[in-house]
Design a protein around this ligand. Structure first.
Ligand SMILES: O=c1ccn([C@@H]2O[C@@H]3COP(=O)(O)O[C@H]3[C@H]2O)c(=O)[nH]1
Ligand SMILES: [Zn+2]
Ligand SMILES: [Zn+2]
Length: 247
């Protein structure tokens, strides 16, 4: 069965034109939301996708454009839908996700709500191991560089698709995945103006050989994206809300 991806948003953290760069991955009718940023509830509403239609959420790292919608998600699951959704979290960020990000809003000791487990069916993920999120959806975490000493994880999906979380340019990783791991598609965050600082810049991505560039789909871009159409070498921009099929 083909894997389909619809970005509910393709914008950078501070974009005012595009929703946060969060993905819906669908296989056999099951839906995984990769990251749930501050604009995710609004983007899903725009797409007519109720929150309880999502079977699982996976978090790549703790920045508001990736986790800022989690409080609304948790409250609405708990009080409106009265159900728990599966939440895949890298082991290295689970404690921080609760204590440094969500606890202030979600903790309610009077009702016994004192951790992530009280809102979600939490599944911890470890780097380098492929996990079956659904029977036909395997996800492997790859720790990639973003902010010094801050854990951030890109994904290698079904042994064919590399989905960058937010990460700096790493030509060696991309080349290795392409040459030795069967990677055929790359979805990569892209900072359009150099220097990239905490993201891969377009200039850096343009140094990849054309053969590799042809696999690259650019996302997590700022509001000037349209000015860069035709200036991305062999690479193409991902459009938010459009369905992409990878097989
Ligand atoms: O050391 C830092 C930390 C953060 N930032 C900015 O804040 C944003 C947070 O979300 P993001 O990771 O999508 O993008 C980040 C950058 O735009 C930065 O430029 N340098
Ligand atoms: Zn981001
Ligand atoms: Zn980030």
């Amino acid at each position: 069965m083909a894997l389909q991806i619809q970005m509910i948003g393709t914008g950078s953290a501070f974009s005012k034109k595009y929703y946060n760069n969060n993905a819906l991955i669908t296989v056999d009718g099951s839906m995984l939301l990769v990251d749930c940023g501050a604009t995710a509830p609004q983007a899903l509403h725009k797409l007519n996708i109720p929150l309880d239609r999502i079977d699982a959420i996976l978090i790549t790292h703790i920045h508001a454009d990736h986790v800022g919608g989690m409080e609304e998600f948790a409250f609405r699951l708990k009080y409106a839908y009265k159900k728990k959704t599966r939440l895949y979290v890298p082991s290295a960020i689970a404690d921080s996700l609760w204590n440094h990000s969500l606890r202030g809003g979600l903790e309610n000791l009077a009702e016994g709500m004192s951790g992530l487990d009280d809102y979600f069916d939490v599944v911890l993920l470890d780097e380098g191991e492929a996990s079956a999120v659904f029977p036909n959806l395997q996800v492997e975490l790859i720790r990639t560089e973003h902010i010094p000493a801050k854990p951030s994880y890109s994904l290698f999906i079904n042994d064919m698709l590399f989905y960058s979380a937010d990460c700096k340019f790493d030509a060696e990783l991309l080349t290795r995945l392409y040459e030795h791991r069967g990677c055929r598609y790359i979805m990569h965050d892209c900072q359009l103006s150099s220097p990239g600082l905490v993201h891969a810049s377009l200039d850096e991505l343009l140094t990849l050989p054309p053969e590799l560039q042809r696999t690259v789909h650019l996302m997590h871009y700022d509001d000037t994206m349209e000015q860069f159409i035709g200036k991305t070498g062999e690479m193409t921009f991902v459009e938010q809300h459009k369905w992409y099929t990878f097989s």
